[in-house]
Design a binder for this molecule. Structure first.
Ligand code: SAM
Length: 288
């Protein structure tokens, strides 16, 4: 058996049988069984022997074995009790891996980055449980965790939403939030037969490389994201109506129209037509 070995479906099946493992739908468990995809993820993440890597949801440790070969150190956070003894078994040959048994949404990742990487930017790699993709990504960015890049497998449709700009149906609050913090690049499309069990939807690997400097000049980040949410909550309405009806904002129609005029936007424009830069411009117009 050459290392890493779990990407081979034969060994995955052996491990699952050895432990009588029962897949938990509520944890979004679809394990990777394709060595090409695993190699692709590792190379897209650009992992070297200098890197500390956080893996979210290691499952039976398939990708963890690949990460352990490539990185200096790996910490993997897994929620499912049943997987903890399996991980001790499948990862016993690597001494640079530790497993935290817990919920990633309740894990202090900033502290982890400080303890394990001296507070320097870390790389995050994951085949994410699809039901919590957005809170995980936004949590990493908004909580100011020092991040170099996040390379993740997500539902294809979600990867598309992160990458697109105005003028497409997929463009929305997630696109703007991701693009504000990072440069998104889809690096592979992955069909259902690369997983066990097979998911119903197609998947994609997307790399989010954190911007060193913010791509826009915005005076109030929080206000900008309120404007973004208000625009897309009612995306068929004009921007003026979307902002006026928002529960998060308290601007009069006159104030909204004057901010739009200051930016040179037509009064009947829809929020979905604005770029990130234009949302920043509008935010600044409200403040001035
Ligand atoms: N990385 C493995 C692979 O590629 O084969 C497993 C990926 S599977 C799609 C998602 C994994 O995340 C499962 O092992 C699941 O138990 C775990 N998980 C789900 N919710 C989690 C949470 N809130 N915190 C940590 N792990 C979680």
């Amino acid at each position: 058996m050459t290392r890493p070995y779990l990407g081979n479906p034969k060994y995955t099946i052996e491990i699952l049988q050895k432990y009588d493992f029962v897949f938990q739908k509520r944890f979004g468990q679809n394990f990777l069984i394709d060595t090409h995809v695993l190699d692709k993820i590792i190379s897209a993440a650009g992992i070297t022997k200098e890197d500390f890597v956080l893996e979210i949801g290691p499952g039976i440790g398939t990708m963890t074995q690949y990460l352990a070969e490539a990185a200096r150190e790996v910490t993997a956070v897994e929620i499912d009790d049943a997987l903890i003894p399996i991980l001790s078994d499948t990862l016993k040959e690597w001494d640079n891996v530790s497993v935290i048994h817990g919920d990633i949404l309740k894990t202090d990742i900033r502290k982890l980055a400080l303890d394990k990487n001296g507070g320097k930017p870390i790389k995050v790699v994951a085949n994410l449980p699809y039901y919590i993709t957005t809170p995980i990504i936004m949590g990493l960015f908004e909580n100011k965790v020092p991040i170099d890049s996040i390379t993740i497998m997500v539902q294809k449709e979600v990867a598309d939403r992160m990458q697109v700009g105005p003028g497409t149906k997929d463009y929305g609050a997630l696109s703007l939030a991701v693009q504000y913090y990072a440069k998104p690049e889809i690096v592979a499309n992955v069909p259902p037969n690369c997983f066990m069990p097979r998911p119903k939807v197609g998947s994609a690997v997307i790399r989010l490389t954190r911007h060193e400097e913010s791509p826009v000049n915005v005076k109030d980040e929080k206000l900008m994201f309120c404007l973004v949410r208000a625009s897309f909550n009612q995306r068929r309405k004009t921007l003026v109506n979307g902002l006026k009806n928002s529960r998060e904002l308290d601007f009069s129609k006159e104030k909204i129209e004057s901010a739009l005029e200051k930016c040179g936007f037509p009064l009947n424009i829809r929020g979905e037509a604005l770029t990130l830069e234009q949302f920043a411009e509008l935010t600044n117009a409200f403040i001035e």
